[in-house]
Design a protein around this ligand. Structure first.
Ligand SMILES: Nc1ncnc2c1ncn2[C@@H]1O[C@H](COP(=O)(O)OP(=O)(O)O)[C@@H](O)[C@H]1O
Ligand SMILES: N[C@@H](CCOP(=O)(O)O)C(=O)O
Length: 324
């Protein structure tokens, strides 16, 4: 469960008193999520998410994340927007942690993504890229090639504890990607973690995007590659466990292209970008797997799920593998 910092009632009341949102009715920790402490806060004025930013989120990045949410929400993207206190400031401190209130979004994330979900995610991702195009701040992606290099260095010696030969696989993959990573593709603001648990639906209609805490400036098509990995492989259990669903991929890419056309270079780079994205999540999961303290309440995610995805993309010869 992701409540690392407990907030005593007195401190909460003092924090909320800085806002014009009424009085606290209830404040409950949210079990989902892994990075930060999140609470659902009901006041006499409405419902909000209270987030206390924990160790992995750097304080200096918060103006980028909060500024981006505000920018996108103002442009009409359905995403949370930071709530400003009476003094006009959204980023504050609570229990010794950076903290912010953001607006509450209705909806549920899909436990079993369908073709319809994937198509709408493609459209929403392109919408985010277009609406983010004039966001003035930049944030380098610290989980691109140089970040992978650091993660490989810190995991390769113990990677074979998870699967024999894994250390060699990640080292060779990093070499391949570092030597071939594209340079000239269209860049802009990307979400960088648009997994099913960060996309809300009401019924079958996409109702909003959350969790902008990995957002950064990088290739737009890399964001699409992240989504292909996160949405288009069948769930680990069930008849087609782990298989790539080419129909979902085609619908997602078509959905994306409806709002933002992909250049020939972007399409040609897709298999490589998908490999990079698979390595990125393989490495962060591997790092967490090897370093999580025994008894920690957040269960680390399975790194080998992303090894299987990486193997699929290594065999993809062109964008035809993704249904185009
Ligand atoms: N703006 C929001 N509106 C409604 N629920 C939210 C909102 N932000 C977060 N949540 C809830 O909190 C959970 C964890 O949020 P998330 O940002 O993914 O956390 P973390 O960054 O710690 O992984 C989500 O799965 C969702 O249930
Ligand atoms: N999506 C990442 C982990 C980050 O989790 P989130 O709850 O912040 O979306 C993964 O699956 O490895």
């Amino acid at each position: 469960m992701a409540v690392y910092t407990e907030v005593p009632d007195g401190e909460l009341a003092a924090f909320i008193a800085a806002y014009d949102i009424g009085d606290v009715v209830s404040c409950k920790g949210i079990a989902e999520g892994v990075e930060n402490s999140n609470y659902i806060l009901h006041t006499t004025g409405g419902s909000y998410i209270l987030t206390l930013y924990e160790k992995r989120v750097h304080k200096e990045d918060l103006p980028f994340f909060l500024g981006l949410m505000e920018h996108l929400a103002e442009k009409g993207l359905n995403c949370p927007t930071p709530i400003k206190a009476r003094d006009g400031v959204a980023l504050r401190e609570l229990c010794g942690r950076p903290a912010a209130l953001i607006s509450f979004l209705e909806g549920m994330w899909p436990r079993r993504p369908t073709e319809k979900h994937c198509q709408q995610v493609g459209v929403a991702l392109a919408d985010l890229h277009l609406k983010g195009a004039d966001f003035p701040m930049q944030r380098p992606n610290n989980l691109s090639v140089e970040g992978w290099r650091l993660l490989v260095a810190s995991t390769k010696d113990r990677a074979d504890e998870v699967k024999p030969g894994l250390g060699q696989v990640i080292t060779a993959e990093l070499d391949h990607l570092a030597g071939n990573w594209p340079t000239g593709l269209a860049r802009g603001v990307i979400h960088a973690d648009l997994f099913p648990d960060n996309v809300f639906f009401i019924g079958e209609r996409l109702s909003g995007l959350i969790d902008f805490y990995f957002a950064c400036t990088d290739f737009l098509a890399y964001d699409l590659a992240i989504c292909l990995n996160a949405w288009c492989f069948e769930a680990a259990s069930g008849g087609r466990a782990g298989e790539f669903n080419v129909t979902k991929a085609r619908l997602m890419i078509e959905g994306y292209r409806r709002l933002r056309p992909l250049s020939d270079d972007e399409l040609a780079a897709l298999p490589l970008l998908a490999r990079g994205s698979a390595l990125r999540f393989l490495l962060t999961r591997l790092y967490d797997w090897l370093n999580h303290p025994p008894g920690a309440f957040v269960q680390p995610k399975d790194p080998l799920e992303y090894l299987k995805k990486l193997t699929f993309h290594q065999q993809a010869r062109s964008v035809a593998a993704y249904g185009l």
